[in-house]
Design a protein around this ligand. Structure first.
Ligand code: ZN
Length: 188
């Protein structure tokens, strides 16, 4: 990011919305916005292979691994407003497992960029599919979208759900339902 250019653009936005970028409270705002955006879009500079480095292990375990309620914060690419919520992930290993602490970090890599919820959900599932080649992987996300809530587009407090499934979760209804029951979403 060219911070100088970024800050100049934020100053222009402030002028266009009718603000005075030189008033005291706004003087450092362009700099703060630049820093916030650098953090919120850090996913563009993260490499999944680096994140997973040395954290994939050979293991005979072949039951469902479930990680519920992973918090995430992202920004919708249509309005550049936040959407945030929880991700639930399950996979059934096929000889390879990943360190549990790495799972939320995979979510972070894809959340910290401009996104649509559906693609973010799919990218997390595809990544686990690619690096673990499990018997199956399932990802469900639930999110509140500020572009809906703040603009009053939809009923307040309504959340959006997206899911992505591979392997046995896609093919076998019983396994899929077991996962959905475990995350309390049996009517998905
Ligand atoms: Zn939006």
């Amino acid at each position: 990011m060219n911070k100088e250019k970024f800050e100049a653009n934020i100053r222009h936005i402030l002028i266009e919305i009718g603000e005075d970028p030189n008033r005291e409270g706004l003087l450092s705002t362009p700099k703060r916005v630049a820093e916030a955006y650098e953090f919120l879009t850090a996913g563009y500079n993260k490499d999944i292979e680096e994140v997973l480095n040395n954290a994939i292990f050979t293991e005979k375990y072949d039951a469902m691994v479930l990680i519920k309620n992973i918090d995430f914060y992202s920004m919708c690419e249509h309005h550049m407003l936040p959407f945030y919520g929880k991700v639930h992930i399950a996979y059934i290993p096929n000889g390879k497992i990943v360190g549990l602490s790495k799972i939320p970090r995979i979510v972070e890599v894809f959340a910290r960029r401009l996104q649509v919820q559906e693609r973010m959900t799919q990218q997390v599932a595809d990544t686990i599919e690619k690096y673990l080649q499990p018997i199956g992987v399932a990802v469900v996300s639930e999110a509140f979208h500020m572009c809906m809530l703040m603009r009053g587009v939809e009923k307040q407090n309504s959340s959006a759900t997206a899911s992505a499934m591979h392997g046995v979760f896609k093919e076998d209804e019983k396994t899929r339902n077991e996962f959905l029951n475990l995350i309390g979403m049996n009517n998905l």
